[in-house]
Design a protein around this ligand. Structure first.
Ligand code: ADP
Ligand code: MG
Length: 310
């Protein structure tokens, strides 16, 4: 069994509104799976179904090959989109309480909490009340509570919203480490910054339908256009451009460089090789920059969502 979680043809209506339409996902063990899509796509609804907070109208969800049952809640750590902690309780009291709800003994909970509080640099918050903390600080506490019982599946709904770039990075590194340690991670987001560094698999949901899924690398391969970004030094740029245009399809390129180069995007035909392009270019100019354009997760997101509108 290579998939830790499988959702098969899940549909969910709220009154007349279809929030999920026949959505299936397969989350491989040990992967970081990005559930992507614009606001209102249906990501949180699917996550709530996986957490058995909402029941699907049709379809099934399997965890480690078994149909979802109540006891599976123990195997999942869930950071909801709507975060909630008891405002007037002290941080230490609260996290100990929540950890014990998840089945840890007080001594074990204390040990693990100490580890995490040091790691996230929040040790001196232990005696503070939640209401004294900023949104980002409270979110760090909830992150700790989510991962503390070392569940095999971690689900983070919009984990980076509310964090400054430094803390977002800190959490990103922890998510990568949790995967190293054997966890499988699903995270939902409508923002693409974190996707490149984290996800190996993605599913894109738009207006209740899954419109794209697979390994991020494979998807990028499908979307790439065989275009190379080049920076060239030449005494006569007009002439150089002409020579290249006779052989290749080009467009002006826009990338940052320290050199005052001629910058071009050169699109190859499927039959042409990048090596041939490079040796051609080196024979006519000094090549300072040669880089294949790989579509970003952000490009793919926008392009796929726009195309599905028609
Ligand atoms: P996402 O997380 O992708 O932003 P959601 O899954 O939260 O989207 O919501 C998808 C759609 O379903 C939205 O239009 C939302 O208003 C609707 N929806 C979600 N939960 C409920 C509910 N309990 N009752 C009615 N509509 C809901
Ligand atoms: Mg959501």
């Amino acid at each position: 069994m290579n998939n830790l979680l499988v959702a098969n043809s899940v549909s969910k209506n709220f009154g007349d509104f279809k929030a999920l339409n026949n959505v299936s996902i397969e989350v491989p063990k040990g992967s970081i799976f990005g559930l992507l899509g614009p606001n209102g796509a249906g990501k949180t609804t699917l996550i709530r179904i996986i957490n058995q907070i909402t029941m699907p109208d049709t379809g099934n969800v399997f965890l480690d090959g078994e149909p979802l049952k109540a006891h599976h809640i123990q195997d999942i750590g869930y950071l909801p989109e709507e975060r909630g902690l008891y405002k007037s309780m002290k941080v230490g009291e609260q996290v100990l309480y929540l950890a014990q709800l998840k089945g840890l003994s007080k001594a074990e909970a204390k040990k693990r909490l100490k580890f995490w509080f040091e790691k996230l640099e929040i040790g001196d918050w232990w005696d503070k009340k939640i209401q004294e903390l900023s949104k980002g600080m409270a979110q760090k506490i909830q992150f700790v509570v989510t991962v503390l019982h070392q569940p095999k599946l971690l689900i983070f709904d919009e984990p980076f919203s509310g964090f400054d770039p430094i803390n977002a990075n800190l959490i990103k590194d922890q998510i990568l480490q949790l995967r190293e340690d054997g966890a499988t991670v699903i995270f939902a987001t409508h923002r693409m910054e974190s996707v490149e560094e984290l996800c190996d698999h993605i599913a894109l949901i738009h207006k209740s339908n899954k419109i794209l899924d697979g390994k991020l690398q494979d998807i990028k391969r499908q979307y790439k256009t065989n275009t190379f970004e080049v920076g060239l030094v030449a005494s006569n740029e007009t002439q150089l451009t002409q020579i290249i245009n006779e052989k290749f399809e080009t467009a002006p390129a826009n990338f940052k460089s320290l050199n005052n180069d001629l910058k071009l995007n050169i699109k190859l035909k499927p039959s042409e090789s990048s090596n041939n392009l490079l040796s051609f270019l080196t024979s006519i100019a000094q090549v300072n920059h040669f880089n294949e354009l790989i579509p970003s997760a952000n490009d793919i997101f926008i392009q796929t969502v726009e195309n599905s509108k028609s």
